[in-house]
Design a protein around this ligand. Structure first.
Ligand code: ATP
Length: 403
């Protein structure tokens, strides 16, 4: 996959051109108010660059999951307002239920160089998620150049991420996307070694392809979180009522065997924090104790890696030159069960290695625990970064021109 060789906004001549930028403005909203504007901040470098270049900057994005076309609560209008504040200039919001309707066309026709227009939520058009041709053509009709800066949506072939590129002559990636390709791409394709990957989260089944792909790339694969118990069982130990996928035991045995053949080290938790059951609600007080991972009692559930495992994992991170982490080590939403995740986050924060967080829950965990600014790169796309780690070609990236 030639993901490291894509045309970027630095390779285009945008002066006076209408440039459509697919952003990721899928921000959390509460009663119409944006509660976290990190995604807007992430889009600013590309937008500012194009404004400075004298382009006519047309922005589009999806927001949430409107089911049957336009829904006021999923309008991008609040994003236009926040964006205006951050850019210190007017962002014209093209309110249009069909996204590319009369309002949008008029707003774009009235643009001067350096102006910014934001289109309405692309998912107000049902064809968006089906990569429909009519909508793709509508979007393309507004612009001369297309820029994709929405890594979080790059794993989906939609009209605004893929279809549109069939009808625009020049397509590039934005800075945010470029950064994702640089860090994730280099880490997976060309890592400085030792390359340690840490996988966690709830289920093995969600990460089968990631495990398999990383076995071919990494020197060490650390497995924690709920997914560790299927591996522990595959090694012949009982795991009590811990989350475990019996249908994947043979798969895990296969992976353990492959790792041995390839000389890849697989580290599983040697000790486990157990409780009488999953906390309900998730952050409820819970009584726990630590046992060997080989001796989890039949009526107990493993909910976090134990302190010895945290120490071993941290030591491995210390010796690494590249670390990629995806998925928490335990039920980190609970203050009693976040110690393992915290220890790993701390180890990553303290190392000089290149540290990459694969989005989603791990990104949330690292930020919540206050280690966000200590990481080399925190991916903005949970699903997209996982597919990247699986070695898949992401359609939204493949569709952009090579250099
Ligand atoms: P990321 O978002 O970083 O890609 P992920 O979202 O894929 O990670 P998930 O598979 O969704 O990770 O798992 C995250 C969830 O796993 C968390 O909500 C956490 O509470 C849960 N979890 C972690 N360890 C355990 C465990 N031992 N038993 C049950 N659930 C666990």
């Amino acid at each position: 996959m030639s993901t490291l060789n894509k045309k970027t906004v630095d390779d285009i001549n945008a002066k006076g051109k209408r440039v459509l930028v697919r952003c990721d403005f899928n921000v959390p909203l509460k009663d119409g108010v944006i509660t976290d504007d990190n995604r807007i901040n992430g889009a600013l470098p590309t937008i500012k660059k194009l404004i400075d270049d004298g382009a006519k900057v047309i922005l589009c994005s999806h927001l949430g999951k409107p089911k049957n076309g336009p829904e006021a609560k999923f309008s991008l209008a609040p994003v236009a307002e926040r964006l205006s504040e951050k850019l210190g200039k007017k962002v014209v919001f093209a309110a249009d239920d069909t996204v590319v309707g009369d309002n949008a066309k008029a707003a774009v026709a009235a643009m001067n160089d350096g102006d910014v227009v934001l289109l309405e939520n692309t998912r107000f058009r049902a064809e968006e998620t089906k990569n429909g041709e009519a909508f793709s053509k509508d979007l393309a009709s507004l612009c001369d150049i297309y820029v994709n800066d929405a890594f979080g949506s790059a794993h989906r072939a939609h009209s605004s991420t893929v279809g549109v590129t069939d009808f625009v002559d020049e397509c590039a990636v934005g800075y945010l996307m470029g950064k994702e390709l640089k860090y994730l791409g280099n880490a997976v394709e060309n890592p400085e070694r030792p390359f340690v990957t840490i996988l966690g989260g709830a289920k093995v089944a969600d990460k089968l392809n990631v495990i398999e792909n990383l076995l071919n790339k990494a020197d060490t694969l650390i497995i924690g979180g709920g997914m560790a118990y299927t591996f522990i069982k595959a090694k012949g130990y009982e795991v009590g009522i811990s989350i475990c996928d019996d249908s994947k035991i043979d798969y895990c045995k296969d992976m353990l065997r492959k790792a041995e053949e390839k000389g890849v080290k697989i580290l599983l938790p040697t000790d486990t924090v157990i409780g009488a059951g999953f906390p309900d609600p998730i952050d409820a007080p819970i009584e726990t104790c630590v046992v060997s991972s080989k001796e989890i009692p039949a009526d107990m559930e493993g909910l976090d890696i134990g302190p010895e495992s945290a120490e071993i994992f941290a030591q491995e991170v210390k010796n690494a030159k590249t670390v990629v982490w995806n998925g928490p080590m335990g039920v980190f939403e609970n203050p009693v069960l976040n110690k393992g995740t915290m220890a790993v986050a701390k180890a990553l924060a303290e190392t000089d290695a290149v540290t990459i967080i694969g989005g989603g829950d791990s990104a949330a965990a690292v930020n919540t625990l206050g280690f966000g600014d200590k990481m080399t790169h925190i991916s903005t796309g949970g699903g997209a970064s996982l597919e990247f780690l699986e070695g898949k070609e992401l359609p939204g990236i493949a569709a952009v021109d090579d250099k």
